[in-house]
Design a protein around this ligand. Structure first.
Ligand SMILES: Nc1ncnc2c1ncn2[C@@H]1O[C@H](COP(=O)(O)OP(=O)(O)OP(=O)(O)O)[C@@H](O)[C@H]1O
Length: 625
């Protein structure tokens, strides 16, 4: 059976291409500049093998010329140019890429890869232009040709005059509409911004005549406008340079120029990988939190370049959420771009790069912690919270990666310590890693529950952030040592007066039962405390939910009504206990009053609200009167 060829409705195809591939019109300039750069690269490659050609770098450049009067924008290059046939083949056939063919025909040197590959970028200019004229003279040819098209209707080619080799692409810009301002592509500042954004690292100079206002010579108040040719792009991508050539200042300068942040980064990481996937990256660990960092508006991601051309301003897939503070860029020749270059086709390479980057950041942070504690702490104060979220999120999937980067305030050292430091100095008889939660270090220090653990000589980690306890619950243990709250029912050691406390509890069983009944479901239990030394009363909790967690959960929008199982602990060595016993024996109402007062005291100590402040204040008055 005869195989029939597919037919394409080329007008419709072109129309679809122009209107549906790109989300941003401004990228037309990126595409034309990339073509111009490819055209110069081709001369460079030809010169490597053709003795008649020399490549004198200074004569190769790209020039952008806006002409407001005629509403034209011209992108010229001094590259290889196109013959009549090439104009016909490359610009007359959609998806015909002369650059891709060139790549196949010539052995390309690594790192100097041509940009074009799909054979469609040129047509993006029809997004902003009604008519495109291409005047081109191929290297080694005496005759120039003019290709002209108004889009879907077709094109014409005729001989014309042109000085020197290369190509001029002249766009007759569309008239402005209500929704679109095409005049912007005639404004110098706008053109400069687009070049900087996408094409800053094109290897050849991109020039433009820029108007500057200057003092007239000999005058000190009269100004004049002067046109001066300027190079708009930086050309040499810092990431392609050798690390040994670069100073800290160079990296900091790049950070500033790229507007990654306004602070001075704590650290830069320069990665050059030439393995299964080839890429260069420069990453920064900022010192200060961007103002919107902990808001939903903050977008994580790294700039993604393919061959020095910007593809994506913030590629989120390159960074895990817990390293979302990292800034910087990645440049790779190996990305599978889709034809708009706005997305990646499939992400095997990207996944590999992301994994590499994640491991590198982790290692570098660990090094910083080891080598420059002060700087690490400054970083951790800003972004430690994000690392803790990382431990907690995705059901703890990343906890192994992050646990050694965590720090908490230590009761012993009076500064931030790592879990490893804590565990390595644990006395042999210490079973658990102890922590106490509260709003501030000050407040935790005054918590009655910490007394006993501190008395034992054990170190306590202070958890002052909402996320701390949630993260630790996800971590469960560190180096086989379980975490244990100082408020937990079982602290993992026997107290000296345990016998006495147990005996008292037995003896006063009815008193405790009475108190529990008085509190009417507000506490799960009332018991004699093993842990209180000087304070009369405190809360501890049975079960998984701590009081701090209850606070966090109830403060959430559409507040979750999760309650901690509170236990009211009474210090049997405190005078208050005698007063309670006395009241229980002779005046039950008084015993109720004392119970309510003690319960509310425990709430205050924990930073919980008094449920009924009026009743509380009446109770105090009753006691005084
Ligand atoms: N300024 C130029 N100088 C010389 N040749 C050019 C120029 N602009 C375009 N061409 C030729 O026209 C072809 C088609 O260009 P087009 O931009 O449509 O696609 P491409 O650059 O090959 O691929 P991509 O769609 O990936 O950008 C190019 O491959 C190149 O051969």
């Amino acid at each position: 059976m005869a195989v029939k060829e597919f037919k394409a409705e080329s007008k419709r195809l072109l129309d679809m291409m122009i209107h549906s591939i790109y989300t941003q019109k401004e990228i037309f300039l990126r595409e034309l500049i990339s073509n111009a750069s490819d055209a110069i690269d081709k001369i460079y490659y030809k010169a490597l093998t053709d003795e008649n050609l020399t490549f004198d770098k200074d004569s190769y450049y790209i020039k952008i010329t806006p002409d407001k009067e005629n509403r034209t924008l011209t992108v010229s290059d001094t590259g290889i140019g196109m013959t009549e046939t090439e104009l016909e083949e490359n610009l007359g056939t959609i998806a015909q890429s002369g650059s891709l063919a060139f790549k196949h025909d010539n052995e390309m040197k690594d790192g100097y890869d041509l940009i074009g590959q799909f054979g469609v970028g040129f047509y993006s200019a029809f997004m902003v232009a009604d008519e495109i004229t291409v005047i081109s003279k191929a290297a080694g040819s005496d005759q120039a040709y003019k290709w002209q098209s108004k889009g879907a209707e077709g094109y014409t080619i005729e001989p014309c005059e042109k000085n020197g080799n290369g190509t001029d692409i002249i766009l007759k810009l569309k008239e402005n509409t209500e929704d679109e301002d095409y005049d912007q592509y005639l404004e110098e500042y706008r053109l400069r911004a687009i070049v900087k954004k996408y094409s800053d690292f094109i290897r050849y100079p991109i020039k433009m005549d820029v108007t500057e206002r200057r003092l007239k010579e000999g005058s000190d108040d009269e100004y004049e406008e002067v046109k001066e040719e300027q190079t708009l792009n930086s050309m040499v991508p810092i990431w392609r340079k050798n690390k040994s050539e670069l100073t800290d200042e160079d990296y900091e300068q790049f950070y500033m120029e790229k507007h990654y942040g306004f602070d001075k980064p704590v650290k830069h990481i320069h990665i050059k990988v030439d393995g299964t996937v080839r890429y260069n990256a420069i990453l920064y660990i900022p010192e200060k939190i961007p103002f919107d960092y902990y808001t939903p508006e903050y977008e994580k991601g790294l700039e993604l370049y393919a061959n020095g051309v910007l593809i994506m301003e913030k590629c989120p897939d390159l960074l895990p959420d817990y390293f979302s503070f990292v800034k910087g860029m990645v440049d790779s020749e190996d990305l599978s771009l889709n034809i708009s270059r706005e997305m990646l086709q499939h992400d095997r390479q990207l996944k590999l790069i992301a994994k590499n980057i994640k491991n590198k950041i982790k290692r570098e942070l660990a090094n910083l912690l080891k080598e420059n504690r002060e700087q690490y702490e400054a970083f951790f104060k800003s972004f430690g919270r994000q690392l803790k979220f990382g431990v907690y999120n995705e059901f703890g999937a990343h906890k192994e990666d992050l646990q050694d980067l965590l720090m908490f305030y230590s009761s012993k050292e009076k500064k931030l310590v790592t879990l490893d430091e804590y565990v390595s100095r644990m006395p042999e008889d210490q079973k658990y890693i102890y922590y106490a939660t509260g709003e501030s270090i000050d407040r935790i220090e005054k918590l009655p529950q910490t007394e006993l653990v501190l008395d034992k000589g054990y170190e306590i980690l202070y958890f002052t952030e909402d996320i701390d306890e949630f993260a630790i619950k996800m971590l469960m243990n560190y180096k086989e040592k379980e975490f244990r709250s100082v408020s937990s029912g079982d602290l993992g050691f026997e107290t000296e007066d345990k016998k006495e406390t147990d005996a008292e509890e037995k003896e006063n069983k009815e008193l405790f039962a009475f108190m529990k009944e008085t509190l009417d479901g507000k506490v799960k239990n009332v018991r004699a405390s093993h842990r209180l030394k000087s304070h009369p009363v405190c809360f501890t909790t049975d079960g998984e939910v701590s009081i701090e967690m209850e606070k966090v959960l109830s403060a959430m929008p559409n507040g979750q009504n999760v309650k901690a199982d509170k236990v009211l602990e009474i210090n049997i060595h405190h005078d208050v206990f005698n007063a309670l016993k006395e009241a229980f024996a002779h005046d039950k109402d008084k015993c109720k009053l004392y119970t309510n007062l003690l319960y509310n005291q425990a709430r205050l100590i924990e930073g919980l609200e008094i449920e009924d402040p009026v009743a509380f204040s009446n109770d105090i008055c009753k006691m005084m009167a």
